[in-house]
Design a protein around this ligand. Structure first.
Ligand SMILES: Cc1cc2nc3c(=O)[nH]c(=O)nc-3n(C[C@H](O)[C@H](O)[C@H](O)COP(=O)(O)OP(=O)(O)OC[C@H]3O[C@@H](n4cnc5c(N)ncnc54)[C@H](O)[C@@H]3O)c2cc1C
Length: 450
């Protein structure tokens, strides 16, 4: 029997979307042997926020950033008012994902363009089946997006139906959003006139009353009333449906060395428009978690950090969605908006806001995750350990030993910029987080520069 030898690497990453590629590149740049398993998505137009574009460049994903093209205006109507809300890039996911893979290869990541299936974990080795080959890795990142099943918390059931519009140079470039009765419609027109129309609705709402072609025609009519350039636009190709509900897998990292990131951890519904930003933003934390593990650090803080990060991002996504649907509910008689807003509101964390205090928490410190004292405030429930690069606990410790010290002395001791120290002092003092007897001079010290 011809048995193929396993492919060995330090880290296997399943899923080549923004989350998987972002994490793979960070780890490869740190010198680890990374194998990324995945291939570009099928063509679909999506909007990329301007801050997501900036994050792509920060993460050295230059080809993906270039595939996004220039930013175009965001227009439409929401909550009874016209939107003139900034700009976003319009990209074809096929080309964007191909750019991500190019970036991955360029940064030393080995790419296996197939699908992977996690087989098992034995000792400190994860095994992933790749067709007839087996990949063995010391750590595993699951970035399979919504393909990961078994979410613990789910938002209201929503489905997105999309169809391309015939390429038309007359259509104005940009994205458009229009509320319908029992649904909302989003359209994007990118460079060279590639365009899509997408309707998001509850499977019990408009989608139940209208067959898909009628639903899309109805949405196109509403869009044309808002933006006359769409009058006479024609559909091309076939419609495609995707699940669009928000979901969260809060139980992350039970197995040391195995992480789950991006939509595979927390997926917001598309109304937020920040899905790709959120997916990319997992990369530094995921890379730090895996590095901590591979360098012999404790796993418990990694798990704690990622779990609390996931719950925080979930809470943020749910509050954002609740706000958008509630805004539209105030402007429309349609019960759809109120029903969805109410479901999101019931999912938003009800935890009482914590009072200001020092606690020990897992934090991201550059490339590692470790436990440190953090300053928790009602506005910062996860805690802050560093402000403007000043270690807040170190500053508090210094002031306990030198309560009359001036700002520039603290800055010299901590090797920080005096303005940054003044900012940190201001923060701690405003929440009463400096030890009694050490904060009496804080206000006076703040007026001392240098
Ligand atoms: C209808 C809809 C519209 C959206 N529109 C926008 C938008 O306009 N702007 C925006 O910012 N976000 C949008 N989003 C969200 C955005 O698509 C996601 O948040 C983002 O792509 C998540 O990135 P990711 O890397 O976590 O997952 P993905 O981008 O989904 O990547 C995961 C990859 O893993 C692959 N995969 C799955 N299983 C396996 C396996 N076994 N082996 C190997 N690979 C596997 C998948 O094929 C996929 O390529 C939208 C989402 C939906 C549902």
């Amino acid at each position: 029997m011809n048995v193929l030898r396993p492919i060995r690497c330090d880290v296997a990453v399943l899923g080549a979307g923004p989350a998987g590629v972002g994490a793979a590149v960070q780890l490869a740049r740190a010198g680890y042997a990374v194998t990324l398993v995945g291939s570009p998505r099928r063509a679909a137009l999506e909007g990329l926020s301007v801050r997501a574009q900036a994050l792509l460049r920060e993460l050295a994903l230059e080809h993906a950033a270039a595939a996004a093209g220039p930013p175009y205006p965001r227009r439409g109507r929401w909550g009874g008012s016209a939107i003139d809300g900034g700009a976003e890039h319009v990209l074809t996911r096929g080309a964007f994902d191909a750019g991500l893979l190019k970036d991955a290869r360029k940064q030393g990541v080995t790419v296996e363009t197939s699908r992977g299936m996690v087989l098992d974990q034995g000792g400190d080795t994860f095994r992933v089946a790749l067709g007839s080959r087996v990949l063995e890795a010391r750590a595993l990142i699951d970035a399979r997006g919504r393909a990961r099943r078994g979410a613990l918390i789910k938002g209201p059931k929503l489905v997105a139906v999309a169809q391309a519009l015939r390429r038309c140079r007359e259509l104005p470039r940009g994205t458009f959003i229009v509320p319908l009765e029992g649904a909302w419609c989003w359209s994007a027109v990118g460079a060279q006139g590639a365009a899509v129309l997408q309707v998001v609705t509850a499977p019990t709402g408009l989608a139940r009353r209208l067959p898909v072609p009628d639903l899309l025609r109805h949405a196109l009519g509403a869009l044309a009333r808002e933006e006359p350039a769409f009058t006479g636009a024609q559909f091309a190709g076939r419609p495609a449906a995707r699940a669009a509900h928000a979901q969260c897998h809060a139980e992350l990292g039970q197995t040391p060395g195995q992480l789950c990131i991006g939509d595979a951890a927390v997926a917001a519904e598309p109304l937020s428009g920040h899905g790709m930003f959120e997916a990319l933003a997992w990369a530094p934390a995921a890379a730090a978690g895996i590095r901590t593990h591979l360098e012999g650090g404790a796993w418990a803080p990694v798990r704690e950090f990622l779990r609390s990060r996931a719950l925080e991002r979930w809470d943020h996504a749910v509050r954002l969605a609740a706000g958008f649907y509630r805004q539209q509910a105030h402007a429309a008689q349609d019960s759809f908006w109120d029903a969805i807003a109410t479901q999101y509101e019931s999912l938003a964390g009800r935890a009482a806001r914590p009072h200001a205090q020092w606690v020990e928490r897992a934090v991201l410190n550059g490339t590692r995750i470790e436990r440190r004292p953090v300053a928790v405030t009602p506005q910062h429930p996860r805690g802050v350990w560093q402000l403007a690069r000043v270690d807040l606990a170190a500053l508090r410790g210094f002031l306990e030993h030198a309560p009359r010290a001036a700002v520039h002395e603290a800055a010299t001791h901590l090797r920080c910029d005096p303005d940054a120290v003044a900012q940190a002092l201001n923060f701690l003092s405003s929440y009463g987080l400096l030890t009694a007897g050490c904060d009496g001079g804080a206000a006076a010290r703040l007026s001392v520069t240098g």
